[in-house]
Design a protein around this ligand. Structure first.
Ligand code: FAD
Length: 401
């Protein structure tokens, strides 16, 4: 048994945890970042699509991602292909990026404990004051003034405290990283309709050279289909744009879960902050959560370190964090849920029509939509002034949300 004392414990070295540890350590407090795997990002559970403006804002080096400037979106009988002059989306080298984020935390003084699986919480007077973890054959105790739960979907700390239950609505994704014969490295494919995914979508995301990630995401409990089985079927039959990839040599399998319950969780308690997937921060339309995990991971680390320095780590002192993130992305998540509810009801014929409408969007309109950057003023403008009636109707669904 070994005992450790810190100002702040961050559980989970995903993008949220590493970013929280970085921001807190930068403010001069003593931070421990605990990760259960043997290395940061040992297991990849994400497709890694993000946006170049965010990557630049976070200081993620350019060699961590492959830029995308053509967005193909297909249904069983239709294709929208939207090209931009310059790339705005990016497919991350997930390991390199997540390790870069953890390294930033380390360089600023955070201590990273890998192979350290948090199993229990320690409380005093009903408040968290530390965690217990197991590592190889060692039991470890970490005590601190505050804890940040960044353990992702599992939400190990919040669950152990009885503050949250397992997510009931979530997405499940299965994906192969593979070498293929033919691919446009700056072009992605999103594929919708029953044959691809009965409640979700399939994708081809290029990583540069001849590498791609081919995957299927399925919403639960809406569909019982197993994404791994569906993915194998699509590859075996060479469905849609998968056929054009030529020979597919699988290199690595990725599998993961992502919450899809919007703003249902409270994210601050005495001595505790929830962030990233633990807080349910993903954009539900395409189940995209990395940029919010990094952005609000930093806000969480900054808030926690300031509270620790001031000697007040009560829920009241931390409330600013929850108010900030819910104000900034809450309306976007709610609007994205509305669009998702509509998309879940579409038949293949409806999808063919929807794709026809989407093909009339400019690259920026498409990206705002897919990123769920639904500011009310932008949506009202598109719903009332877009030159095409069908597009106006398309945007009406998110207007005013
Ligand atoms: C199939 C799939 C595809 C996705 N594609 C995209 C995409 O293209 N773009 C995008 O932006 N988002 C995508 N997402 C979502 C994105 O991956 C998440 O929103 C993001 O990773 C959340 O970051 P996080 O740090 O909160 O959690 P995570 O990335 O899950 O990190 C949590 C960390 O905590 C560690 N941990 C867990 N339990 C413990 C424990 N008991 N003790 C110690 N450590 C622990 C884990 O090992 C992990 O390292 C996808 C998700 C899935 C499932």
């Amino acid at each position: 048994m070994s005992d450790h004392e810190y100002d702040l414990i961050v559980v989970g070295a995903g993008p949220a945890g590493s970013s929280a540890a970085y921001a807190a350590a930068k403010n001069g407090i003593k931070v421990a970042l605990l990760e259960k795997e043997e290395n940061v990002a040992q297991t990849v559970r994400t497709s890694g699509v993000t946006w170049i403006d965010y990557a630049k804002e976070f200081g993620i080096p350019e060699d961590c991602y492959n830029p995308i400037r053509t967005y193909n979106f297909c249904s069983p009988n239709n294709i929208a292909s939207i090209s931009d002059d310059k790339p705005k989306a990016a497919v991350l080298d997930v390991r390199k990026t997540f390790r870069f984020l953890a390294d930033q935390a380390k360089k600023n003084g955070a201590e990273i404990f890998v192979n350290t699986n948090v199993t229990e919480v320690i409380t005093e007077n009903g408040k968290i004051v530390g965690v217990k973890a197991s590592s190889s054959n060692n039991e470890m105790v970490f005590r601190a003034k505050m804890v940040i739960d960044a353990s992702g979907f599992q939400s190990v700390v919040s669950k152990s405290l009885g503050l949250v239950k397992q997510w009931k609505r979530f997405g499940v994704g299965a994906e192969y990283e593979a070498e293929v014969e033919n691919v446009n490295a700056d072009t992605w494919w999103l594929m919708v309709g029953q044959m691809y995914s009965p409640a979700g979508y399939a994708w081809i995301f290029p990583l540069g050279k001849n590498l791609v990630r081919i995957g299927v995401g399925i919403g639960k409990p809406e569909s019982e289909v197993d994404p791994t089985e569906r993915l194998d079927e699509l590859i075996e039959k060479g469905v849609g744009p998968i056929k054009d990839l030529g020979k597919i040599t699988k290199k690595e399998f990725h599998y993961g879960l992502i919450p899809n319950e919007g703003l249902s969780r409270k994210t601050v308690y005495d001595n505790l902050i929830l962030v990233g997937d633990t807080a349910g921060m993903a954009n539900p339309l395409v189940l995209e959560g990395i940029r919010y995990a990094i952005k609000y991971g930093r806000v969480a680390g900054d808030t926690a370190s300031k509270a620790i320095k001031s000697g007040d780590t009560s829920e009241k002192a931390l409330r600013h964090y929850e108010e900030t993130w819910k104000k900034e992305i809450g309306p976007k998540i709610k609007s994205a849920h509305k669009v998702q509810a509509k998309w879940l009801k579409l038949s293949d014929d409806d999808w063919d029509k929807e794709i026809g409408i989407i093909s009339n969007l400019t690259a920026d309109e498409f990206l705002d939509f897919i990123r769920a950057d639904f500011t009310v003023s932008k949506m009202v403008k598109l719903a009332t002034h877009h030159p095409m009636l069908a597009v106006r109707q398309f945007f009406n669904i998110v207007k005013g949300a």
